[in-house]
Design a protein around this ligand. Structure first.
Ligand code: NAP
Length: 252
C-alpha cells in the first residue's frame, strides 16, 4: 500500500527556515521526501545540511518578508530551481511585547507586515502558481495559541495570529475548488528564539509549565509530524482547520 504521508517528488517552500519551528518543519518535510525552498533573511547552512543528510535537494531563497516586495521573486526562484511548488509553509513571524496602553505604531506595523500581510500575498502568489500548474497543492500557515486566546502585552501578535486563523478559513473556502488545501498549525509553547524572553523569566516560565499538561516546552522537531500530515495526501479532505500542537495547553 502506498504511504499516504510520502512527499517524494513534491516541492515545498518554508519561510523562516533557518531556525526554530521553520527549521523543524523544513527538515521533517525533507525526511518525508520533499525538496525544499528555504526562504530566509539569515544564514541557513544548518538547515541545508540537515536536508542534504535526508537525501533531498534544497535551494536557499534570500528574502526579507517585512514587505511584499520579494513575493514574485520567491515564487519564480522556487519554480526555476526546484521545478514547481506543491507546498507552502508560512512560518516566518515576529512578536513585540509591550503594554497595549504604550504600544507603538512601529511595533504594530512590523508584526502585522510579516505575520499577516506578507503571509496573505505570498499565499496568493503561490495559489496562482498552483492554479496555473493545475495540480493543486497545500498551504500551511503557522498560527498560535493566541489565535484562540487574548494573551497579554502582545496586541499586534494576537491580532495577527487571530487573523491567520480567519484567513486560513476564507482561503480554504475559496481555493478548495482548485485542489488547494489551506490549513494552519497552532503551536503551543516551543523552545525557540521567539520564546527566549519567556523561558528566561522565572515567574512566567513556571506559570507556563504549570499549565501545560505534558509539563515541558515543545521541541521544534515535534511540529514536523503535523506539517507532514497537512502537506500530504493523507490530508486531502482537510480544509480550513487549525490544528493545535500544544502539549494539551488548550484542554486546560
Ligand atoms: P524564531 O526562532 O524567532 O523564528 C522566526 C523565523 O521567522 C526566523 O527564521 C526569522 O528569521 C523569520 N523572520 C522573522 N521576520 C522575518 C523577516 N522580516 N523576513 C524573513 N524572515 C523573517 O521563532 P519560532 O518560534 O520558530 O517562530 C516560527 C513561527 O511560529 C512564527 O510565526 C511564530 O509566531 C510561530 N509560533 C511560535 C511559537 C513558539 O512557542 N515558539 C508558538 C506559536 C507560534 P531570522 O532568524 O532572520 O530572524
Amino acid at each position: 500500500m502506498k504511504n499516504p504521508f510520502d512527499l517524494t517528488g513534491k516541492v515545498a517552500i518554508v519561510t523562516g527556515a533557518n531556525t526554530g519551528l521553520g527549521q523543524g518543519i523544513a527538515v521533517a518535510l525533507a525526511e518525508a521526501g520533499a525538496d525544499v525552498g528555504l526562504v530566509t533573511r539569515s544564514p541557513c547552512d544548518e538547515t541545508v545540511g540537515y536536508i542534504e543528510k535526508a537525501g533531498r535537494r534544497s535551494h536557499v531563497i534570500k528574502a526579507d518578508l517585512s514587505t511584499i516586495e520579494p513575493v514574485e521573486r520567491i515564487i519564480k526562484e522556487a519554480r526555476e530551481s526546484l521545478g514547481g511548488i506543491d507546498i507552502l509553509v508560512n512560518n516566518a513571524g515576529i512578536i513585540k511585547r509591550n503594554d497595549s496602553i504604550d504600544f507603538t505604531v512601529e511595533d504594530w506595523d512590523s508584526v502585522m507586515n510579516v505575520n499577516i500581510r506578507t503571509l496573505f500575498f505570498l499565499s496568493q502568489g503561490v495559489a496562482r502558481s498552483m492554479i496555473d500548474a493545475g495540480g493543486g497543492g497545500k498551504i500551511i500557515n503557522i498560527a498560535s495559541m493566541l489565535s484562540y486566546q487574548g494573551g497579554i502585552r502582545v496586541p499586534s501578535y494576537t491580532a495577527s495570529k487571530s487573523a491567520v486563523m480567519g484567513l486560513t478559513r476564507i482561503l480554504a473556502n475559496e481555493w478548495a475548488k482548485h485542489g488547494i488545501n489551506v490549513n494552519a498549525i497552532a503551536p503551543g509553547y516551543f523552545a525557540t528564539n521567539n520564546t527566549t524572553a519567556l523561558q528566561a523569566d522565572e515567574k512566567r516560565n513556571a506559570e507556563i509549565l504549570g499549565r501545560i499538561p505534558v509539563g515541558r516546552w515543545g521541541q521544534p522537531a515535534e511540529l514536523g509530524g503535523a506539517a507532514v500530515f497537512l502537506a500530504s495526501s493523507a490530508a486531502n479532505y482537510v480544509h480550513g482547520t487549525t490544528l493545535p500542537v500544544d502539549g494539551g495547553w488548550l484542554s486546560r
